[in-house]
Ligand binder design. Structure first.
Ligand SMILES: Nc1ncnc2c1ncn2[C@@H]1O[C@H](COP(=O)(O)OP(=O)(O)OP(=O)(O)O)[C@@H](O)[C@H]1O
Length: 465
């Protein structure tokens, strides 16, 4: 694995190895372990995830075993990513579940400390953490970074005002040319949290950058790789424009790839596209209502209904489905099994009685997704290769001031013949259709963010949508 690294990748690993050796010396001499905060930058396909895997392996090999402090239950390095999809790709956890940020719906961006029992459990697991790796850090907002700092301070019991991230080293990996995190400031901006303002930008003040630039994914098609790099920085040449225009296709073209994932800018365009496709299916259509429950704090009576919320947390009020529908998972059901927010598949069965749908059976595009769920499935003989998806229950906020807590039970699915550009960020797709309708008004940057196409990408742009 190490021998295949190019010079820039090797340099990152060399810097990390030096830190491992310095840390071993510190551990052996009862000194504080040195800290580094590094941003590993680079566009898609330059081997950032590859380097993460090597660094993870090297840290365990060098730091845990050679320091003479080896304890298999003691985590010295943790791989995380902001989204479930990114976490699954690198065999990691989401940052939220790793640091216990999960929990209920949030009304503000202020940092919330965890209760003593949860903190005790976090300390047992992460009290010896030396390195936290955060992949796809462009999706991390400045408040998320601040919360990570505070949570690590809490876990490590640090009260030195000059300490950052509890003394834990941070390797943040990603491409800041990607889209701004949804509802958050960029990771390098000032956080909104009122205490955080005392710190300034944790990113600007602490992180140094190393960059990978050689594209290793599209090696066989360097021209295409270079075109994508120029799109990323909005520096397309005339030739690039000609190549891109050659991919424009009319919806009436007999080769129009209507089944390929369509990418739009707005939710309304996505909904229209998905409804169009659903209507074409001759199988029975189901419009499944969320089951919302709310308990009266005075009487204890449970009220069942369907409530309005400004943040459905991925559980829609109504989920429309039919056998044959393309769908996307909208909640992280089981990250280690790849059943993550963003996983794409097709409905192959719907187990229902007259009154209710019990289970939706989905075959996923990636055979890595849902292997465990399939092995445990009661439907494995009747629907081989299908993953049973059940309703998930999450707390939501409702009421005129969004101050009443309710529970929503709903299938964590949405139709996915089309989706917004934000939903494909960080995905590796063989083919996409990008709607270039006037309404979509994509910037060059948005388009290059829907990156990761491989050399054989069929990147189609309908001339009129
Ligand atoms: N030095 C290398 N030699 C050969 N193959 C490599 C090398 N580095 C990475 N690869 C391979 O290139 C492909 C892309 O690498 P990787 O997924 O690590 O890129 P990335 O920068 O993380 O991309 P993304 O931002 O899309 O996640 C992978 O299949 C990986 O195994």
């Amino acid at each position: 694995m190490m021998r295949s690294l190019n010079a820039a990748q090797m340099e990152v690993v060399r810097v990390h190895r030096k830190w491992c050796k310095d840390s071993i010396y510190a551990l052996q001499h009862d000194q504080p372990v040195p800290q580094y905060t590094l941003f590993l930058s680079g566009p898609g396909g330059v081997g950032k995830s590859h380097v993460i895997k090597i660094i993870h392996h090297e840290t365990i090999r060098l730091l845990q075993r050679l320091s003479g402090h080896y304890d298999p239950d003691e985590l010295s390095v943790l791989i995380t990513a902001f989204t479930g999809t990114a976490a699954f790709n690198i065999n990691g956890m989401t940052l939220h579940s790793a640091l216990g940020f999960g929990g209920g719906p949030k009304k503000s961006n202020e940092y919330k400390p965890v209760g003593s029992e949860k903190l005790h459990n976090l300390r047992l697991r992460l009290g010896k953490l030396k390195l936290l790796i955060i992949d796809e850090c462009s999706m991390l907002g400045s408040d998320h970074l601040y919360h990570t700092h505070r949570r690590l301070e809490d876990i490590c019991g640090t009260c030195d005002p000059d300490s950052r991230f509890g003394g834990v080293s941070i390797l943040a990996v990603g491409d800041l040319f990607q889209l701004q995190p949804v509802g958050q400031r960029h990771v390098f901006d000032l956080p909104t949290d009122s205490y955080a303002k005392l710190h300034g930008s944790l990113w600007e003040e602490n992180f140094t950058m190393m960059e990978l630039t050689e594209c290793v994914r599209q090696r066989e098609d360097q021209d295409f790789a270079q075109l994508l790099l120029r799109m990323r920085t909005a520096e397309c040449t005339e030739d690039d424009i000609t190549v891109l225009k050659s991919r424009i296709i009319s919806k009436t073209d007999p080769h129009y790839p209507s089944e390929v994932l369509h990418v739009f800018k707005t939710n309304r365009e996505v909904d229209d596209h998905n409804k169009d496709h659903l209507q074409k299916l001759s199988t029975q259509h189901f419009h499944i209502q969320a089951i919302d429950t709310k308990k009266d704090i005075y009487t204890g009576l449970v009220d069942v209904g369907s409530y309005k919320t400004s943040n459905d947390r991925g559980l829609k009020e109504t989920v429309s489905l039919a056998v044959g529908a393309r769908v996307m998972v909208t909640v992280n059901i089981d990250v280690s099994d790849g059943l993550v927010n963003g996983a794409l598949g097709k409905v192959v069965g719907i187990d229902n009685t007259q009154n209710d749908v019990h289970t939706v059976l989905v075959t996923f595009d990636s055979d890595r997704v849902g292997r465990q769920a399939m092995a445990d499935s009661q439907y494995k003989d009747s629907y081989p290769g299908a993953v049973p998806i059940k309703r998930q229950t999450l707390p939501i906020l409702t009421g005129s001031k969004q101050s009443v807590q309710a529970q929503r039970a709903q299938f964590p699915l949405t139709l996915a013949w089309g989706c917004t550009i934000h939903r494909v960020q960080g995905k590796t797709l063989d083919r996409i259709v990008v709607s270039m309708d006037d309404k979509s008004n994509f910037s060059d940057r948005s388009l290059s963010c829907c990156h990761e196409p491989r050399h054989d990408l069929d990147w189609s742009v309908p001339s009129r949508y």
